[in-house]
Each structure stands twice: as C-alpha cells, then as structure tokens.
Design a protein around this ligand. Structure first.
Ligand SMILES: [Zn+2]
Length: 566
C-alpha cells in the first residue's frame, strides 16, 4: 500500500508544471553563500538569539528580531521576521511561521532554520525566487522552540566541551569522563554479552546513554511523562494523553507561540521541524488521527499537491499522518494490549491545532538523523550511520572497551557508543537545501491579490463608473481553507476607495468584496479568474484622482490609482 502510494505521488510530481522553480525544479544556491554544516555542537539558544539580532542589524531592510516571550527557566524566545520592509510592513503580506526544536532531543530544526534565514537574506537581490518571496511574503522564523530542553540536551551531549558525567544516570566506572555502557559475557546471547548502562546498579538492559533516550522524558525534571510541547495544544486535547499537561497551552512556550500565530492574521501556513523520525524522513500533515477524507476535499488537495513536490525534492519521501501510519505499518496495540509507539490516541498536536482550530495549513517534517545515505535509497540505515561514523568521524563517538572491576559484578567491560550527534555534514546540507526549496514553493502558493486594471468611463452628468479588475495571483483562495470559513476565520477582501474632488455615489467607501480563487483549482492549474468590481463616483471637476486599495491579511494588499476625465 505504501509502495503504491509512493509510486502514485512520484509519478504525479512529474506531471505537475513547475510553478515556481526553474527548469530543473530546484532553486540554485547563490554563489558565495556558505554555511557551516559540520558545526557541532549546534549553537545554544542565546547564541542563536544573538545571531538573529546581528542579522537584523546587518539587514535592517529585510530582517527584524523579536523576543516574543520567555521559557519556563527564563530563556528568551526569539523570532526573526523576514520580509522586504520597503514593500510594506510584514503583517501586510501573507506570512509563514517556521519553528524548530519543539522537542528537546530533536535539535536539527535549529540548524535547518538558521540555514533558511542566512540563505534567504544572502539571496535577496541575487536569486529571483528568493527576492520575489521577500518582496511579497513574510517569514516568521523561530529556530529554537524548546529553549530550555533543547539547550539541556545539547549541553549534555558527550561531544559538548563541558560534558559532566555527574549530570547523567549512571557512574563513570572507568574514569574517562563519560557514562557509556558496560557489558558482561553471556553465552546465551547472540552477541555474547549482556549490556547495561555504566553504573553501580544494573540499569535497563541495553539502555542507551541517557541523553539519547528519545522517550517522553522531561529534560527539566527527568520525569518520563513530563509535558510534551506537541501534546499541549487545544485541538483534540485529551487530559489522559501522555504529555498533555494540565490544560491546553499550560506550557508558556506553547501559549506564547499560539498567541503570536493568532495575533498575526497574515500567517497562512505553519511548519514545525521534528527530527525524531527514524531512518527515513517524512512529512506529517493534518489531520493527525483521522482519515484524509475527514478533511474537506478542497483543503485536502493542498496536501496532495505539496506532498507531490515533497516527494520530488526528497527523493520519494511520503507525506502522511499517524492514522494511516498506524493503519498500514503497525497495530496500535502490542501483544499485551499496551499502546505501541506513542499512544493509542494522537491528541493535542500543533498539527491539528493549526488546521482544526485556526484554519491554517500546516506541515511537520520528521527529518532523519546522523549518518549518510550511501546507497541513495532514501534511508539512512544503522550500518550507514556506523560507516559514516567510522569513515568521516574517525569513530570519535565511541569509547574503546576496557576491563573494570565492578563492586558487585566483578570484572566487566566498559565502553561502547557515547551517542551519535544529530544530522551533520552532507545529510544536514541535503535537508537544508530541499527544505529551502520546499518552503519557498509553499510561500509561492499563498493567496496574493493584485489589481490587474483600474479603469473609468463617463456616465454623463459628472458621473463616472470606476472598475477595478482583481486577480488572485497566488495559488490558494483568499479564504485559504474551507475550515477557515467554518471557523469564521476567513478574512474577506476589503476595498477602500479614495477620491479627491468628488464623492462616491455607489459602491461604498469601504466594501467587503468576499473571496477570490487562486490558480490552484482542484487537481489542476487554472488561469486565475479576473473579477471586476464597480463604483459610481461623481467628479466635481475633471480631472480627479481616484485610488483603490484592496486586500486581506492572508492575501496581501494592492493599490492602484487612475485619473478621471483626462
Ligand atoms: Zn518531535
């Protein structure tokens, strides 16, 4: 089933005309752009915040840094707003919200988004698509969502210069400064050993170093079922969902981000980068835990369309939700009747909040981790990670095995993996580049209003008919989603007319124009329809100047002027 779906998506992608990309459907990297893909450890939250402020100072016409709130432990939460301010304030253009590192252990989002910010700013005026997107859209980028947890995971990584074994579960028996593993011979095991955490006690068999544990452990309290930044949103929130928290938005970071998104009516799309997805990257879409046909067909089509582009860019990557993921790949319950994977529900996700509660489109990539896809099959398998570690990193993330006298077990061997870093080098670069192209493509699909023509004709007795011909030159309709209409969060186009030396007789000074479709019409592309609106004005003496301003928060604003009677 998954195979068939994949073939369908890839096949379809080939037939889609390139909407915004060039002939090869990839956006070339502007000459002179550099990024340190090998940087490890990744920068801490305060360093990222400082970097965003410095970028805003270096590109005052294109970037502004905002401190939007504070984490539970008092760290600053930083967002950088990117747009060409010369073409209007950020909130007058369709906006995209991008966040990374929402889960403490999923660190790579901060790198992908730092790359996105650097490259977009560097490309302005040099690359046509990047320039056009900054002229006509606004990007709100938050590289680090869980500032406390993300920093704690980073600073506990064995490659961190200040790694402190005493912060970790276990005991540094061999005195090498790390908590790794210990093993004792066991003839009944295939590998000849039983493995434990390096410790005075016998901790979880085959337990990994604590920082690697990707379960729902709160990095601040160490509790297994701490609040989860992606179960604390109001959509389908359930109190007994692990990590739900006492109520939706109880986490200050989650509340801060939700407020920011809702306070910015221009935002039409939100994107949250995860990297807990295993050895193959995929894209998560709403609804999380329902079949696709739960969603209005027109809204669903957006995901089919962008899913095809994602399949093309990522080399066959799927866009899916957990409903189908569970349905086709695994039972939700294990043989003991316990929930497998996450839990038997998928409640309180920002994926669903964006669509169900805010009427916005949303995607959450799950980007794979370290290593390199040597055979280019789209998977980074354990042996490829190990090969990368050996060939590219000289095995630096392993400790050699050595014998140690254990107080209760006798002689044991201590050593093994200290844990692999998340994506670096070519793998990081690959995902940086495809996400850059993907996000600019999505930006290009926003609604975008334009005034194709503004004309007038005399009606006699000093009266004139003024006709504005409008076109939505973006892809999506100005109401964005059918869900937004249901929620009454669709924001109609409003036109205002201004006339000097005359008055408006018919049509109103301010007028609700309703909505206009874009070029995405079902599964096909269509020429955006031209839609005309008329006013009747009286000119006291000709010529007089008439100007029209039309727009909506998610569709941007356009203005045109004409002279009557000339
Ligand atoms: Zn995650």
């Amino acid at each position: 089933m998954r195979q068939a779906l994949l073939v369908f998506l890839v096949g379809w992608a080939l037939f889609l005309p390139p909407v915004s990309f060039g002939q090869d459907a990839r956006n070339p990297v502007v000459e002179g752009f550099t990024f340190d893909y090998g940087q490890w450890p990744y920068p801490l939250n305060d360093e990222v915040g400082k970097e965003l402020q410095e970028l805003a100072a270096s590109y005052p016409e294109l970037a502004r840094a905002h401190r939007i709130g504070e984490s539970r432990r008092g760290k600053d939460l930083w967002v950088i707003e990117l747009t060409n301010f010369a073409t209007g304030p950020g909130d007058t253009k369709p906006g995209l919200w991008l966040d990374g590192n929402i889960h403490a252990h999923e660190l790579t989002g901060r790198q992908y988004l730092r790359y996105f910010v650097h490259r977009l700013l560097h490309s302005y005026g040099k690359d046509e698509l990047s320039t056009r997107m900054l002229d006509t859209r606004t990007f709100y980028v938050m590289p680090v969502f869980d500032a406390d947890g993300g920093d704690m995971v980073l600073s506990r990584h064995p490659a961190w210069p200040g790694y402190d074994a005493s912060e970790h579960v276990g005991t540094d028996l061999d005195g090498d400064g790390y908590i790794t593993q210990m093993r004792v011979p066991d003839a009944t095991s295939d590998e000849g050993y039983r493995y434990y955490t390096e410790s005075l006690e016998l901790l979880d068999v085959r337990a990994e170093p604590e920082f690697l544990e990707r379960r729902r452990r709160d990095p601040l309290t160490g509790q297994r079922e701490g609040p989860d930044f992606n179960r604390n949103w109001s959509a389908e929130w359930e109190a007994d969902e692990p990590g739900a928290g006492p109520r939706p938005f109880s986490l200050p970071e989650v509340g801060t981000v939700a407020d920011f998104i809702l306070d910015h009516d221009n935002i039409f799309f939100t994107y949250t980068i995860h990297s807990g997805g295993g050895s193959r990257s995929y894209m998560v879409r709403p609804p999380m835990d329902r079949p696709y046909d739960w969603m209005n067909g027109e809204d669903n089509h957006f995901y089919m369309r962008v899913g095809a582009i994602w399949a093309y860019l990522s080399g066959g990557g799927l866009t899916e939700n957990n409903y189908y993921s569970y349905l086709f790949t695994t039972s939700r319950l294990d043989e003991n009747g316990e929930p497998r994977g996450y839990s038997d529900t998928m409640a309180g996700f920002n994926v669903d909040w964006a669509y169900m509660d805010a009427g916005l489109h949303h995607l959450s990539p799950e980007v794979n981790g370290s290593g390199w896809d040597y055979n280019k099959d789209g998977w980074i398998r354990p042996q490829e990670e190990e090969r990368w570690h050996r060939e590219e990193k000289g095995g630096m993330f392993d400790s050699p095995w050595s014998e140690v006298e254990h107080p209760s077990l006798g002689v044991v061997e201590v050593g093994g993996s200290r844990g692999m870093p998340p994506a670096l080098d070519q793998t990081l670069q690959f995902h940086c580049e495809i996400q850059y192209d993907f996000l600019l493509y999505i930006a290009s699909l926003s609604p975008l209003i334009s005034i194709a023509e503004l004309a007038s004709e005399p009606l006699g007795d000093g009266l004139h008919r003024v006709t504005a011909t409008l076109q939505n030159i973006g892809g999506l309709p100005t109401y964005l989603t059918q869900r937004a209409i249901e929620l009454r969060r669709d924001m109609p186009l409003v036109a205002t007319i201004d006339i000097e030396g005359g008055e408006v007789i018919e049509g109103g000074l301010e007028r609700n124009l309703g909505h206009i479709q874009g070029f995405v019409a079902g599964p096909f592309e269509a020429t955006p329809p031209l839609t005309s609106f008329e006013w009747v004005v009286r000119a006291d003496s000709v010529p007089v100047s008439v100007s029209i301003k039309v727009g909506a928060p998610k569709a941007g604003y356009a203005e045109a002027s004409t002279e009557i009677g000339r």
